[in-house]
Design a protein around this ligand. Structure first.
Ligand code: F6P
Length: 547
């Protein structure tokens, strides 16, 4: 037992879960007409209906007790205060400082970082304006209006997915293309569509050491020079976002064209920094600023709202309830909005790279599950793909449905259909369809008794499947900023309960290290193969196919 599983809060929840498993949500809705109202909270333009969950007032109280006993609020305050909570890398965690519009200082190593944060925002604003006004020219005098944004992980997902989600706000005349994968198809496809004379490459890499990003940028540099550019023109067409200024200048970037990052901002939390430059180039600085303001408002909500109204705490606690007491191993995100189709992939890195951990505190292996598998896709597409398993499968998969109540250029028929599917799915997951109801439906089909019972059994929908529904007026930049911050803080709450370090990512190091060793054998055909037999044979097959 660890302190967590041995705690009275945990034991209380464990016994409550046993009782809850004997009940059905359908009955709770029938017996309490106020249930939906009681379990709906709103903040920052987001309304959260969490009534279709396996919860009662008693469960909510016990979950709040768990957050109290695991000091979630104190840990939250420590993060915002700049304490060294990323203890394995000895760093503060201050992505919240990047959107801190309170006017209050944020101290790191005894120094207020806000002046440099704001200076970076001014640098972004000025840069975006020179591009949007066509003032920034390439070496032949053409305005730079094709942007090739190279990065991966948090240096790619945030910029690409937030830009995609805010399509109604795109600035006409500037096009941003994203490249992430080291698969040459990606960079080649993009470079084939742009004219080097009007192209600006934005290389984003906090470390400036990520293999994929470095290689893609080298390929882009080679392309630029082969297309007619000269070495002395590189500074006009290549800029960087990185905390590694030295490496970036050695690469050939002009220092004035390197946007800073800080060690106290994790990659998966960095879209609020200059990593978000491609977003600002796509939607304009004012809209980008609104994104940050939305996140700031959610920060204030997270800091001040009582637990029963606190959206990140509600979502975080509910996730722990299902993972640790109902055996849920995954959580599905279902944005019913085409422009948000990338949102599950964004939260995948945010959640899984933060809480995919197995050590609590200083060095205690957990005896409880931690981070869930995050997956999902846009609604209604998932209904024709994986919803079968969510409805009739054997595991609990909590679902977050999201729907803007209005969309740009709205076609009322389409939008009503989208909303009806979203609401219908949450209803079906909750109430299901009993064997008796299915049998009654089949009564007139002329089946004999055994056929009737068999088919009715297969058609029975257990229901009692938990879901949250998040509604917002429209997905404008401010609402999107609040939504992303909501999930950032949900992840924080869960990591705090599990006492894991949500802010390092040691698990990605070994794969990179071994990959580099294998690369050496692939590029040096004669090099001796001294790995395991499987890896050796895989290398041999690659060598044979690429002689
Ligand atoms: O390898 C994982 C990771 O470090 C992510 O945390 C990060 O977002 C991504 O790689 C890219 O890192 P960088 O911005 O340093 O290139």
């Amino acid at each position: 037992m660890t302190a967590l599983t041995d705690s009275s809060a945990w034991q209380t929840l464990s016994s409550l879960a046993t009782d809850i498993k004997t009940q059905h949500m359908r009955d709770w809705f029938e017996n309490d007409p106020e249930r939906a109202t009681k379990y709906t909270q709103a903040a920052c333009g987001i309304e959260l209906d969490f009534s279709k969950n396996l919860i009662t007032d008693e469960v909510i109280g016990a979950l709040q007790g768990l957050m109290t006993s695991t000091k979630v609020a104190e840990k939250r305050d420590a993060m915002f205060a700049g304490d060294i909570i990323n203890h394995t890398e000895k760093r503060a965690v201050l992505h919240t400082a990047l959107r801190n519009f309170s006017g209050k200082p944020v101290m790191v190593d005894g120094e207020d970082v806000m002046p440099e944060v704001m200076a970076c925002q001014d640098k972004i604003k000025a840069f975006v304006e020179t591009i949007h006004q066509g003032e920034r020219k390439g070496y032949t005098g053409k305005a730079l209006k094709q942007i090739v944004a190279i990065g991966i992980g948090g240096s790619f997902l945030g910029p690409k997915i937030m830009s995609e989600a805010l399509k109604p706000y795109w600035f006409d005349g500037v096009k941003v293309h994203y490249v992430a994968n080291v698969d040459g198809c990606h960079i080649q496809d993009v470079l084939a569509t742009v004219d080097h004379e009007e192209t600006l490459v934005v290389m984003s890499s906090k470390s400036f050491s990520t293999q994929e990003t470095l290689q893609n940028t080298l390929t882009a540099k080679d392309w630029f020079l082969r297309s007619g550019g000269k070495q002395e023109d590189i500074a006009k067409h290549f800029i960087a976002v990185s905390s590694n200024i030295k490496a970036a200048t050695e690469f050939g970037m002009a220092e004035e064209n390197i946007f800073p990052m800080w060690d106290w901002v994790g990659g998966r939390y960095s879209l609020w920094s200059a990593i978000g430059l491609p977003i600002a180039l796509t939607i304009g600085y004012d809209n980008y600023r609104a994104l940050l303001e939305g996140a700031f408002e959610m920060d204030q909500h997270f800091l001040t709202a009582p637990a029963e109204q606190n959206l990140p705490m509600i979502l975080g606690a509910l996730g722990v309830w299902y993972i640790n007491f109902f055996g849920a191993q995954s959580h599905v995100l279902l944005p019913y909005y085409h422009y948000m189709r990338g949102f599950p992939a964004y939260v995948q890195q945010l959640d899984m790279e933060s809480n995919g951990k197995r050590i609590a505190g200083e060095q205690t292996p957990t005896d409880y599950e931690t981070g869930p598998i995050i997956w999902g896709s846009e609604g209604t597409n998932g209904q024709h793909s994986f919803h079968q398993l969510i409805h009739q499968g054997t595991v609990v998969i909590p679902a977050d449905f999201m729907l803007p109540l209005n969309v740009p250029n709205q076609d009322d028929t389409h939008h009503a259909m989208l909303a009806s599917n979203c609401f219908g799915q949450t209803q079906a997951l909750m109430q299901g369809k009993t064997f008796e109801e299915c049998k009654a439906d089949l009564a007139s089909k002329g089946l004999d008794e055994s056929e009737l019972n068999s088919l009715a059994t297969h058609k029975t929908m257990p229901g009692n499947k938990p879901s949250n529904t998040l509604l917002f007026e429209q997905l404008d930049p401010k609402t999107l900023g609040a939504l992303v911050a909501l999930y950032e803080h949900k992840v924080f709450v869960q990591g705090a309960i599990w006492d894991v370090n949500s802010f390092d990512q040691w698990g990605v190091e070994l794969g990179k290290e071994l990959g580099n060793q294998v690369l050496d054998k692939l590029v040096n055909q004669g090099a001796a193969l001294n790995f395991d037999a499987s890896t050796n044979q895989l290398i041999a097959k690659f060598r044979a196919a690429n002689q």
